[in-house]
Structures are given as structure tokens and as C-alpha cells.
Design a protein around this ligand. Structure first.
Ligand SMILES: [Fe+2]
Length: 242
């Protein structure tokens, strides 16, 4: 079972004002050794078998201009622009540079079974409905501000970073401030709800990420009953004395 704590239990106070935590974004501490072993086995197999430095796997959105500076897409300035234009936002990350597993497998069919184990096998293991995203990010990899409002769901997101030189950001709609969660070397996990476009604006979860080192992201969706059960587990863990 997944153990979790609020982000306030995990981060130094120096870079995050605890009063600004958005309750919809929760950091999860994975203490389960067999789950960490499974995640490590996917990561180790990925880096052993994939020629991941090969630029042929890279996908860049059409508006993505690396000359602007790849960090721009996760900047406050870009968020401001996105918010001002939000009526036209699709929900998808409209600016990104990443190597999706699907694109790798398209060119390397021999990796299909690895992808299936990560996509379907791990989703089953954690009780998720399906995988939402499986990406490798090379250095300067980035996902620009977006809110996934086209696909309302609870999601759990596992990220692995080689050196921790990167970050995940989200916009706290209550305080109207950006919260930055630095990557750390190894696995991190967080859980949150993406509200649909028709839901109140304060529930929309704008987020972005950037990395200067190898990074993997595995995101899984929980819908309906499974989402409620997951929430129940998390609340249970929150109320425990651990
Ligand atoms: Fe996203």
C-alpha cells in the first residue's frame, strides 16, 4: 500500500510557505519496497535497453522554440499568458519537448513488452484505470503550463530524476501563486485531481515541469469508484500516527 504525507511534511520550509499548499496536490511517500523495486526495474530496463540519447525519439510541439529558452514554458510569465488565453486552452500541454514511450516503441517494436508492462501491468498493480502518460525527458525536456481539463480524473504521477536537477510546478488557485516542487534524485510521487473545464475555476490544476537531466514520468488515471477508494486510502494514511 502507498504511504503518503502532505507536501508540508516533505519539504524544507525555506522554499515553500506551508500556508500556500493547495490541498488538491498531495505528495506521496512510497515506502512499499516491492513497489519501489518494480519502479526501479522499469527504470533500469528502460535505460539499459533504450538508446535514449538518440534525438529521433524527441517530440516537440509546434510552438516550442528552444531559442526562447526551454524554461520559459514553465515560467510565471508564460502561465500569466496561458491564464489570459484560457478560453482557448485545450487541456493538453501545448508546448512540450519529450520522448513519449509510444514514440520510442513505434521505432523500436522490440520494446513493446516493456511499454505494456509499464502501461498496463503497473496500472493494474496500483488499481488505476489506465496510464495517462509515459514519457522520458532528456536534459532541457519540458512540459509547458496546461491543466488537463479535457480529461477530468484523479491521477497519480511517478517521476524519476537522475540528479534531481529539475522541477514540477503547479498554480495554487487559492493563493494565486506558483508552487515549485524540486525534483530529487530517484523516485517521487504525487497525487491530484484534474477538474474538467465545466468545473469551477479554482479547481483547475495548472501545472508544468522542466528537467536538466534524465527524467521519467509515469502518470496513471483513477476514475469512478477507484478514485474514491484511492482517496479513502490517502485519508486513512493521513489520519494515522506515522
Ligand atoms: Fe499534465
Amino acid at each position: 500500500m502507498i504511504k503518503q504525507k502532505l507536501v508540508k511534511d516533505l519539504v524544507p520550509k525555506s522554499w515553500l510557505d506551508l500556508s500556500e499548499i493547495n490541498s488538491i496536490m498531495t505528495e506521496v511517500v512510497i515506502k512499499n519496497k516491492s513497489m519501489l523495486k518494480t519502479l526501479d526495474s522499469y527504470k533500469d530496463e528502460f535505460f539499459a535497453r533504450v538508446d535514449y540519447t538518440n534525438p529521433k525519439y524527441k517530440m516537440e510541439s509546434k510552438d516550442y522554440d528552444v531559442n526562447i529558452g526551454p524554461k520559459y514554458w514553465s515560467s510565471d510569465e508564460h502561465l500569466k499568458w496561458k491564464l489570459s488565453m484560457q478560453s482557448t486552452h485545450t487541456g493538453f500541454p501545448e508546448e512540450h519537448m519529450a520522448c513519449p514511450m509510444s514514440n520510442i516503441v513505434r521505432q523500436r517494436p522490440d520494446l513493446k513488452n516493456l511499454e505494456t508492462r509499464i502501461r498496463d501491468g503497473f496500472a493494474r498493480e496500483i488499481g488505476a484505470h489506465s496510464a495517462a502518460l509515459l514519457n522520458y525527458y532528456p536534459p532541457t525536456g519540458s512540459v509547458g503550463w496546461h491543466n488537463n481539463w479535457n480529461a477530468a480524473a484523479y491521477q497519480i504521477l511517478f517521476t524519476w530524476s537522475r540528479t534531481g536537477d529539475g522541477y514540477f510546478k503547479y498554480y495554487d488557485t487559492a493563493t494565486k501563486e506558483v508552487v515549485t516542487i524540486p525534483d530529487v534524485p530517484g523516485w517521487q510521487c504525487r497525487h491530484y485531481y484534474f477538474a474538467g473545464k465545466d468545473e469551477p475555476e479554482e479547481k483547475h490544476c495548472w501545472h508544468a515541469a522542466y528537467t536538466d537531466c534524465d527524467r521519467l514520468t509515469l502518470a496513471y488515471k483513477f476514475i469512478g469508484e477507484a478514485a474514491l477508494a484511492l482517496r479513502g486510502n490517502l485519508i486513512e494514511e493521513l489520519e494515522s500516527d506515522e
